[in-house]
Design a protein around this ligand. Structure first.
Ligand SMILES: Nc1ncnc2c1ncn2[C@@H]1O[C@H](COP(=O)(O)OP(=O)(O)OP(=O)(O)O)[C@@H](O)[C@H]1O
Ligand SMILES: [Mg+2]
Length: 310
């Protein structure tokens, strides 16, 4: 595991606002490899958790391990293998992208030999000698990711790296993160409040709501869990057939609800099986369509405030 949290809790006490429980008993294990999304709405505790992982704020309770080292006491042992990008990157605008990486490498006592390779990797080779102040936001962000990669980290922690970027910049940074996650050496832990981003770049995801874990696992698994099982829309001839089909499907173990005018929505992923059951009963569906689970809806449901809604 590259990240292990057990019962982690962090409360901030504000002068006016009283106590805010930012992280509320969070237990989480992130396995090595790929891109792990850390998804939650604004204020759900993502940045606080990341700051705890990096030893920037102390947890009030719980255990934290990064690359097997206990945080904060043993963090120094693994700090050289953990790259991070939290909040806006510290770059020197008057210097070129290449010079920035060289300076940052030297300051961190790292070899400058990887600078060119990294510039190439983040797609800045051609702009490497231009001043950073002329870079777009997306280019700066890619340079900052290159800076975090200088130490060839085993774990790269990125806190909302596409925040503030335009759609093209977002795509560039996402592609870069995908490439990082598939190189096999770096595990990326990526926070985001955008479900689409996590769906696009992550292999696994943890969903956070009000400092608590709502779901964790492979992206497909978690989304399936969130969206319930798949659904099929079945089109039929008339109300009579709808009633007969519902009966046949119920016997076959499928729940079905009427979908006017003459259809059924069936809780099932396996269209062939539904079709076969109906066919065996002499019912020929005029339509059989998978209803795509609405991912955005699923995320909102999982992170909703928890009031019962009818
Ligand atoms: N330094 C602080 N002092 C007081 N309260 C804080 C502090 N940092 C965070 N909080 C509060 O803790 C809660 C969690 O904040 P956090 O920044 O961890 O959430 P987040 O998931 O990163 O949100 P966002 O998506 O907006 O970045 C929020 O209610 C926030 O107001
Ligand atoms: Mg944040």
């Amino acid at each position: 595991m590259v990240i292990e949290l057990a019962g982690v809790r962090k409360t901030y006490s504000g002068v006016r606002s009283g106590h805010t429980i930012a992280v509320d008993g969070l237990t989480l294990a992130v396995p090595r490899g790929g891109v792990h999304g850390f998804l939650g709405p604004n204020g759900s505790g993502k940045t606080t958790t990341i700051r705890i992982l990096l030893g920037l704020v102390a947890a009030d309770a719980g255990e934290v391990r990064v690359l097997g080292a206990e945080v904060p006491h043993e963090l120094a042992r693994v700090a050289g293998s953990v790259g991070a990008l939290v909040e806006s990157p510290q770059l020197f605008p008057a210097f070129s992208g290449r010079r920035n990486l060289q300076i940052l490498a030297t300051l961190a006592d790292l070899p400058t030999t990887r600078v060119d390779e990294l510039l190439e990797f983040v797609g800045l080779r051609e702009r490497a000698d231009d001043r950073v102040k002329g870079y777009s936001l997306g280019m700066r962000q890619r340079l900052a990711i290159a800076a975090a990669m200088l130490k060839s980290p085993e774990l790269l922690i990125l806190d909302e790296p596409t925040n503030g970027l335009d759609p093209a910049g977002m795509v560039e940074v996402r592609e870069l993160i995908r490439a990082l996650g598939s190189d096999g050496r770096t595990t990326v832990f990526l926070s985001s409040h955008l479900l689409a981003e996590v769906a696009a770049v992550c292999d696994a995801v943890t969903i956070l709501r009000r400092g608590q874990l709502v779901a964790t696992g492979d992206v497909a698994e978690v989304l399936a869990m969130a969206g319930g099982e798949g659904q099929l829309r079945v089109g039929l001839r008339d109300a009579d057939e709808v009633a007969r089909a519902a009966g046949v499907l119920a016997e076959g173990g499928f729940g079905a609800t009427p979908a006017p005018p003459n259809g059924l929505v069936v809780a099932a992923d396996d269209g062939a099986r539904v079709n076969a059951l109906l066919g065996a009963a002499g019912i020929w569906a005029s339509e059989l369509t998978a209803v795509r689970p609405d991912l955005e809806r699923a995320f909102l449901d999982l992170t909703a405030e928890g009031e019962a809604t009818a």
